[in-house]
Design a protein around this ligand. Sequence first.
Ligand code: ADP
Length: 161
Amino acid sequence: MEKRIGIYPGTFDPITNGHLDIIQRGQKLFDLLYIVVPNNIQKNTLFTVDERIELLKEVLKDYDNVIITKTDKLTVDFATEVGAFAMLRGLRMVSDFEYELQLSAINKAMNDKIETVFIMSSHELSFLSSSSVKEIAKFGGDMSNFVPEVVASALKEKFNK
Ligand code: ADP
């Protein structure tokens, strides 16, 4: 049978327990899941793309069937290149919906062979974002419920500099 390949694109600045939840649940839908970080993003990130990749690799080191990589390509083109039929996105609250709807419509217009698949966040993680975690870290708050330990350490190091 043909392998069911998916991609989970995101900035992951840094990966949180919210992303991890989507990866754990989304993984069941695919034989192989690429976690892909765009290299050329306009966003002002706290971590460089290589630092974000390192953290993803550390956090996901025991996961089979997950490949972590960065790309200079458009997400849909990356998906095509690796033979993916779908991309995975997480939905937290209504406020995510408009942005995600627009993004999926644009991607569909560029390549209608790639589906976007949404997983609703677990409700206890629905308030969690990379930005809020960075805000907590900046003020020295406890991050242990929000991010894996390696990420908490990396955040502490960033803000202690
Ligand atoms: P992007 O800049 O592409 O939105 P993010 O790293 O912020 O990158 O998010 C990647 C994906 O993960 C998005 O679909 C986002 O909605 C989802 N996501 C982020 N945080 C959570 C969370 N706490 N629960 C569920 N999904 C989430």
